[in-house]
Design a protein around this ligand. Structure first.
Ligand code: PMP
Length: 426
C-alpha cells in the first residue's frame, strides 16, 4: 500500500473526512487522495516520492509555479521581522497601491485572509450600501462558503451532489435569488420584476467552479446595464480568474467594469489572502469610515503581503500572460487531438491560463446544464489513468484547471502523450 493511503487513514481519525477542504477527499473521482510533501515549479512530489506534472496549482495561486525562488525569498526576509503585528504596516499600503494600479475599477481595496471573507464582505457591503436585502447569484458559480452564497453553488458542492447546504437558515437562503448562468434574457426579466429590491449581482466573470465556462457574448454587459438601471451593485468575483486570465483580470479582458471586485488565490501567491475593493463611494461605507463592519486579526498579514506582492510584480513581466495563454492552448489543443484520434466525445474551454475539458457529446459548452450532461464514468477513468501516468488534474469534473509559467513545452507534450495512452484504453 502507498504512504498516501496510510496517511489518509491516519488523517481520518481526527479530521472530518481526512481533509480540511472537501474536494481534496477525491469523492469526485473515487479512491484515495494523494498526499504531497513538496512542490517545485510545475511539479508535485507525493509522500511516496512520485513526481507529477501539476495542473491544479493549489487551485490557482501557483501561477508562477510552486516555490518560486523570489517569492520564497520575499517570505523568508519578511518572516524574520515578525509574523504578525495586528497593527498597520507599510507593505499593506504598497499592496493596496499595486492592486489599485493594476485594476482599473479599484479606487480602494481592503485585504482579508480568504476568498470567502472577500465575497462575504462584498455582499454585506452591497446590502449596507443599497439598503436592500436580496442578492442575485448564478447556478454553478461558487463564491466561498458564507451562508448567503451556499445556495445552488458550484465546486465541492456540485462534486458532492449537494448544491445547497443544511445549516443555512431558510430565511437567509430566501434572499438569494439564483439565476441561470449566461442567460442574459432571464436576468432582464427578473430585474424587470424585482430589480429595485436587489442589492447586488455577484458573478464569476469567468466561471471556474462548474468546470471552466467563459461568459457568453453580451452576458457581462447585460449585468452591467441592469445594475446601472436599477441601482444594483455589480460584484465580479475574480478570486479565481483575477490575475489569471490577464493582468487586469476578467474585467480587463472583457472590458466590463464592476462596482466591487473580489480577489484571492494569485493575490496571495500561495499564502492565505483575499481582497475586496472598488468604487470609492462604496468602499467609504466600510468601518471605520462608515458603519458597515468588517475586520480581521490577520488581515494584511506582512508575510502574506510579501508573497502576494512579489507574485503581482513577477506577473507584470512583458509577455507573461501571452506565454501562459499559449502554453495553455498547446495543452487543450493536444488533449483535443488525442481525444479525436481515439474517437472520444470530448471538448475543451480555455480563457488565458485557465482551462476545462469535458467528456461530453456537446461542443461549445457555456451552460451549466451542458456540463451536467458529461460522462462522469469516462472522466473518472481518464482521471485515474492520468494520475498513474504522473499527471495531477483537479479531482472533480466541476473544477477548472490551471497552467503555470513554469510549465515547459516539454511538460505539455508529456501530458498530451500520457493522455493519448490513457484515452487509447478508455
Ligand atoms: N470565489 C471563487 C470564484 C472561488 O473560486 C473561491 C475558491 N475556489 C472562492 C470564492 C472562495 O475562496 P476561499 O477558498 O479562499 O475561501
Amino acid at each position: 500500500m502507498s504512504k498516501s493511503h496510510d496517511l489518509f487513514i491516519a488523517a481520518q481519525k481526527h479530521i472530518p473526512g481526512g481533509v480540511n477542504s472537501p474536494v481534496r477527499a477525491f469523492r469526485g473521482v473515487g479512491g484515495d487522495p494523494v498526499f504531497f510533501k513538496a512542490a517545485k515549479g510545475a511539479y508535485l512530489i507525493d509522500a511516496d516520492d512520485k513526481q507529477y506534472i501539476d495542473y491544479v496549482g493549489s487551485w490557482g495561486p501557483a501561477i508562477l509555479g510552486h516555490a518560486h525562488p523570489e517569492v520564497i525569498e520575499a517570505v523568508q526576509k519578511k518572516a524574520v521581522d515578525g509574523l504578525s503585528f495586528g497593527a498597520p504596516t507599510e507593505i499593506e499600503t504598497t499592496m493596496a497601491d499595486k492592486v489599485c494600479e493594476l485594476i482599473p475599477s479599484m479606487d480602494m481595496v481592503r485585504m482579508v485572509s480568504s476568498g470567502t471573507e472577500a465575497t462575504m464582505t462584498a455582499i454585506r457591503l452591497a446590502r449596507g450600501y443599497t439598503g436592500r436585502d436580496k442578492i442575485v447569484k448564478f447556478e454553478g458559480c461558487y463564491h466561498g462558503h458564507s451562508d448567503s452564497l451556499l445556495v445552488k453553488a458550484g465546486s465541492g458542492m456540485l462534486t458532492l451532489g449537494e448544491p445547497s447546504s443544511p445549516g443555512v437558515p431558510a430565511a437567509l437562503a430566501e434572499l438569494t435569488i439564483t439565476l441561470t448562468h449566461n442567460d442574459a434574457e432571464q436576468v432582464k426579466q427578473v430585474f424587470a420584476e424585482i430589480g429595485s429590491e436587489v442589492a447586488c449581482i455577484i458573478v464569476e466573470p469567468v466561471a471556474g467552479n462548474m468546470n471552466c465556462i467563459p461568459p457568453e457574448a453580451g452576458f457581462l454587459e447585460t449585468l452591467r446595464e441592469v445594475c446601472d438601471q436599477y441601482g444594483t451593485v455589480l460584484i465580479f468575483d475574480e478570486v479565481m480568474c483575477g490575475f489569471r486570465v490577464g493582468l487586469q483580470g476578467a474585467q480587463g479582458r472583457f472590458n466590463v467594469i464592476p462596482d466591487i471586485t473580489t480577489f484571492g488565490k494569485v493575490i496571495g501567491g500561495g499564502m492565505p489572502v483575499g481582497a475586496f475593493g472598488g468604487k470609492r463611494a462604496i468602499m467609504e461605507r466600510i468601518a471605520p469610515l462608515g458603519p458597515i463592519y468588517q475586520a480581521g486579526t490577520l488581515s494584511g498579514n506582512p508575510i502574506a503581503m510579501a508573497a502576494g506582492l512579489k507574485t503581482l510584480e513577477l506577473i507584470q513581466a512583458d509577455g507573461f500572460f501571452e506565454n501562459l495563454e499559449a502554453r495553455t492552448k498547446q495543452l487543450v489543443d493536444g488533449l483535443q487531438a488525442a481525444a479525436d484520434k481515439h474517437g472520444i466525445a470530448f471538448t475543451t474551454n480555455q480563457v488565458g491560463g485557465m482551462f476545462g475539458f469535458f467528456f461530453n457529446t456537446e461542443k461549445n459548452i457555456s451552460r451549466f446544464v451542458q456540463v451536467a450532461k458529461g460522462d462522469m464514468e469516462q472522466f473518472k477513468a481518464f482521471y485515474h489513468g492520468m494520475l498513474q501516468e504522473g499527471i495531477y488534474l483537479a479531482p472533480s469534473a466541476y473544477e477548472a484547471g490551471f497552467v503555470s509559467s513554469k510549465h515547459t513545452s516539454a511538460d505539455i507534450e508529456a501530458t498530451i502523450a500520457a493522455a493519448d495512452r490513457v484515452m487509447a484504453k478508455l
